[in-house]
Write a protein of this length. Structure first.
Lengths: 171, 103, 663
């Protein structure tokens, strides 16, 4: 039995996620759309905190909310024509898109509800993994060590930085 | 009332559906990228939730999410750079008008 | 080795060719001409030295028991493909090779000297391409010299081809004239076609003998296998294909190659057209190079030919027919060079026939000391014919140079204007007609004796052709130098030409008178042993009589202008026209190549190729193209439509999976 606070918290978060997700894709102003995305990301971070993944939540806020959304905002501003009002976002094939999205959700939902044996699983107790442990795993070469992907990602990020600079540079 | 696994998956599923809808219907390329972020995010949630509920002694799901976030950041940065460049050349970010290289 | 300087005889013309061809353009025209003549003079002197040393020297291995042996001066490996397949390039001297060196060098020297005058206009200015002309002459001489001293069949083949190429270059010397271009192409294609057979013959022969060499260095050459019943050559005589032995096939094919070069019927069509080249070149082709290459080839392989009676019979029939056929045509031609060309064909056919009749049955071998008489006669005739035919052609060149025309009716009565040329031409005619003591009598007499020994019919046939020879040669002579008074067409009266052109005429005329006294029977025999011959009085008298009849007839008809020739032509108009048109052989070739091969065979094949083969691949391309065009809409470039497709696929897969699991 969960504490009431947790349950309330959950509903608030779930509601926020659903509402802001829908708003993100339906808003007719792109800056607002980006803002709603920010809220979704915050809500997700809250979800991580609730699930005892404090480090992950922090990363989510720092990278996603702090980094990516800022990037979005910058690029939105950079792709506006100077001196003009922002054009309202318009969509096409709205019903077709809706149908596709709903069909996808339906199929997944059927799948979810038919696997009752672990979908009804209770939240087990777990000690919050501490930062030292995470750091140990990230830089370890043992079993469950993530040194190789860690290094790969670092190289990827470097390549990405260089690529971004080269592509976006004014010729 | 218990917070079951299913209860976490449902918002994630809806978030994913929204992402699909946005990806399919938006015309602005940046808006399409935003929808993409929604989908990625929902997948991250799934990893974390499954890890937490089914394999709480291990941390694979968490690390996967960690790397996914890093890669998503890289990918977004690159994609936005491309979009800005395209905008400079084509003066537009409408995905239907970027068809100069089509046959 | 005392004969090692033979290499210089071969090398000097080659060096002359390279030198004149490469730097001649930068030099004064006259200087290149004089240089060419000097080079040829040195070559000739060396060649005489070689011949004298070979025939009369007492070098090592030259004479064994009174039999003259072949001497291999050099024979290094040139291309060694494997232990068995080695192509060598060398120099070998035997009686005919030594004789040919003399013939080629003499005629070539005369032609070189003569061309100094001939290739200039009336003001003494050299023609355009003078240096090129001398370079090609040197190449031609080199090719022919290389051919006669060849140590193996493959070397002969290579030089055979080079002779063909150089004749092509020289016949087409006036490359701006379409007739010359056609003639050169015709000569090249016809002889090249024949050479294909030659090559096949070489391959068959060498397959059985395992060697190209005539006389091997370390292993036995082809000739060395003749006495050995165990040798692989004997196997070639027993392996049969379509009723004939492999040996017979090989030798027949090789003969076809020779027949192409020697202008035997029906491969003779290129020779009359070859007169499109400068006249001295015709002299060279007709007398010493090119046409005698075929005769030389058969003579070179004579020891093999005597083994195969069938091949010899083919040569005999072809030769006898060609001799008559060409003589008949020569009787009515109005173009002086063409008449001489057919005369050459006829005389070359004489040599071929002579070679072929000498392989008579064993009885004759006992009586006449081997089958060497025809062989000796043939080679002797080759020698004498080269001299007087070169003389006749050079005279014709002088006349043409004087009157600027090839046609008889532009000449007439030139005796008064060109006495030296006239006398030289007369000597040539007497020589070819076979009047003693001129050269032609001695050699032709030997041929007739050999023919009579083969059979009475052969003898009579050849005697008749000899009579025709006398007739047509004197017909030409009388038409040119007598007939009626000369009408001057050009701005100046015709006269004897400058000394560069007259001197060769005098020299060759002298040789034509005395060449018959060369003791050929002692020197040029097939096995190297001297042949004891004596004058056969019956044959000699009858042949002189026939020649005189021919000359008399020509005198009656053509000495003074009269209507007799016209009447005779009218009395058998059809035959006359047919002979004048060379029995329509060119038209027949034209018909076969153009109508039958090009139209009848090649056109349908080309059509098939275009319609079916090309069509099939065009269709493949068309179908691919249209399919791609049809489905290119799928590659829309719109990411969102891709996502739709992807989503449909993913949902279907998920649906199917779930349906399977749940139901």
């Amino acid at each position: 039995m969960e504490s009431l606070g947790n349950i309330i918290m959950y509903f608030v978060i779930a509601l926020a996620i659903i509402v802001f997700s829908v708003l993100t894709v339906t808003s007719r102003k792109i800056l607002r759309s980006a803002t709603y995305l920010l809220f979704v990301l915050f809500a997700t971070a809250a979800l991580y905190f609730q699930l005892d993944y404090a480090f992950l939540g922090a990363v989510q806020i720092a990278v996603y909310a702090g980094g990516i959304v800022v990037l979005f905002v910058f690029s939105i501003l950079l792709t506006q024509k100077p001196g003009e009002d922002a054009k309202p976002l318009d969509s096409h094939h709205r019903w077709l898109g809706l149908l596709a999205a709903v069909a996808g959700i339906a199929v997944c939902a059927v799948a979810l509800f038919s696997y009752t044996q672990f979908c009804g699983q209770q939240l087990p107790d777990m000690a919050d993994p501490d930062i030292a442990q995470i750091g140990h795993f990230l830089l370890s070469t043992d079993k469950f060590g993530y040194l190789l992907p860690f290094e790969a990602v670092s190289v990827l990020l470097l390549a990405c930085i260089i690529g971004g600079v080269v592509i976006a540079r004014r010729r | 009332m218990n917070l079951t696994l299913l209860m976490y998956l449902i918002p994630s599923l809806i978030m994913f559906g929204c992402g699909v809808y946005g990806f399919l219907t938006r015309k602005n390329m940046i808006a399409i990228m935003i929808s993409l972020e929604l989908m990625l995010n929902s997948i991250d949630i799934n990893f974390v939730v499954f890890n937490r509920y089914l394999f709480h002694g291990q941390m694979e799901g968490m690390f996967f999410t960690l790397f996914a976030i890093a890669i998503a950041a890289a990918e977004t940065a690159l994609a936005l750079a491309i979009i800005i460049n395209v905008f400079r050349i084509a003066k537009d970010v409408d995905i239907n008008k970027i068809n100069k290289l089509k046959f | 080795m005392p004969l090692s300087y033979t290499i210089a005889v071969i090398a000097i013309p080659l060096l002359m060719f390279l030198f004149l061809g490469l730097v001649g353009v930068k030099m004064n025209k006259k200087v290149t001409g004089v240089l060419g003549v000097c080079g040829m003079l040195i070559t000739t002197i060396l060649a005489y030295g070689v011949a004298l040393t070979y025939f009369f020297g007492t070098g090592e291995g030259q004479m064994v028991d009174g039999v003259r042996k072949a001497v291999t001066v050099f024979n290094p490996d040139w291309l060694s493909f494997s232990d068995q397949l080695v192509v060598r390039m060398g120099i070998m001297l035997d009686p005919i090779a030594a004789m040919m060196l003399v013939v080629i060098c003499t005629v070539s020297l005369m032609v070189h000297l003569y061309s100094l005058g001939y290739m200039c206009d009336h003001h003494g200015n050299a023609e355009k391409g003078f240096q090129r002309y001398y370079a090609f002459l040197a190449l031609f001489t080199f090719s022919m010299l290389g051919l006669v001293v060849a140590t193996n069949l493959f070397q002969i083949f290579i030089f055979f081809e080079m002779v063909g190429v150089s004749s092509y270059l020289l016949i087409g010397f006036y490359y701006t004239s379409p007739a010359a271009i056609h003639a050169s192409k015709k000569a090249f294609i016809v002889t090249r076609l024949a050479d294909l057979f030659f090559l096949v013959g070489i391959l068959i022969l060498s397959f059985y003998t395992q060697t190209f060499d005539f006389f091997g260095n370390d292993v036995n050459g082809i000739m060395g296998m003749l006495d050995d019943p165990q040798a692989s050559l004997a196997q070639a005589g027993t392996t049969t294909f379509m009723g004939c032995s492999a040996m017979a096939w090989a030798l027949t094919f090789i003969f076809i190659g020779g027949a192409g070069k020697s202008a035997m019927y029906p491969l003779h069509i290129w020779l009359p057209d070859a007169m499109e080249g400068p006249t001295p070149v015709s002299a060279l082709i007709h007398a010493a190079t090119m046409v005698v290459a075929g005769v030389y080839l058969v003579a070179r392989l004579f020891p093999l030919y005597v083994l195969v009676q069938g091949a010899m019979d083919i040569i005999c029939v072809v030769g006898a027919f060609t001799a008559f056929y060409a003589a008949a045509i020569a009787c009515v031609q109005s173009d002086i060079k063409r008449a001489l060309a057919f005369s050459t064909i006829s005389q070359i056919a004489f040599m071929m026939t002579s070679l072929a009749v000498s392989s008579a049955n064993g009885q004759l071998i006992e009586i006449h000391g081997g089958y060497g008489l025809g062989y000796m006669a043939s080679m002797f005739h080759l020698f004498t014919h080269a001299m007087f035919k070169a003389l006749l052609f050079l005279c014709a060149g002088a006349i043409i140079h004087a009157v600027h025309s090839n046609e008889n009716d532009k000449m007439h009565g030139l005796h008064k204007y060109m006495p030296i040329t006239s006398i030289a031409f007369l000597i040539g005619c007497l020589a070819i007609a076979g009047i003693p003591p001129f050269a032609g009598f001695w050699s032709k007499d030997e041929i007739l004796v050999a023919a009579y020994e083969k059979g009475l019919g052969w003898g009579l046939w050849m005697s008749m052709v000899a009579g025709m020879t006398a007739f047509y040669m004197f017909r030409i002579y009388f038409l040119i130098f007598h007939w009626k008074k000369h009408e001057i067409h050009t701005e100046h009266a015709p006269a004897d030409q400058p000394w560069t052109m007259t001197l060769p005429l005098i020299i060759l005329a002298t040789i034509s008178i005395v060449a018959g006294f060369v003791p050929a029977a002692n020197l040029v025999t097939w096995d190297g042993a001297p042949l004891h011959t004596q004058l056969n009085w019956t044959v000699a008298c009858s042949s002189v009589l026939i020649a005189c009849v021919g000359i008399g007839l020509a005198f009656k008809m053509y000495y003074k202008e009269n209507a007799l020739p016209e009447r005779m032509a009218n009395s058998c108009r059809g035959l006359w026209t047919a002979a004048y048109k060379r029995f329509y052989m060119d038209e027949l070739y034209q018909f076969i190549t153009h109508k039958v091969i090009f139209q009848g065979i090649c056109k349908p094949i080309a059509k098939f190729d275009r319609a079916i083969i090309d069509g099939f691949f065009n269709m493949l391309a068309q179908v691919t193209n249209q399919t791609s065009f049809g489905i290119r809409k799928l590659q829309s470039g719109s990411i969102q439509s891709y996502v739709y497709f992807y989503l449909i696929g993913a949902l279907l897969l998920a649906g199917i999976t779930m349906a399977c699991v749940l139901l």
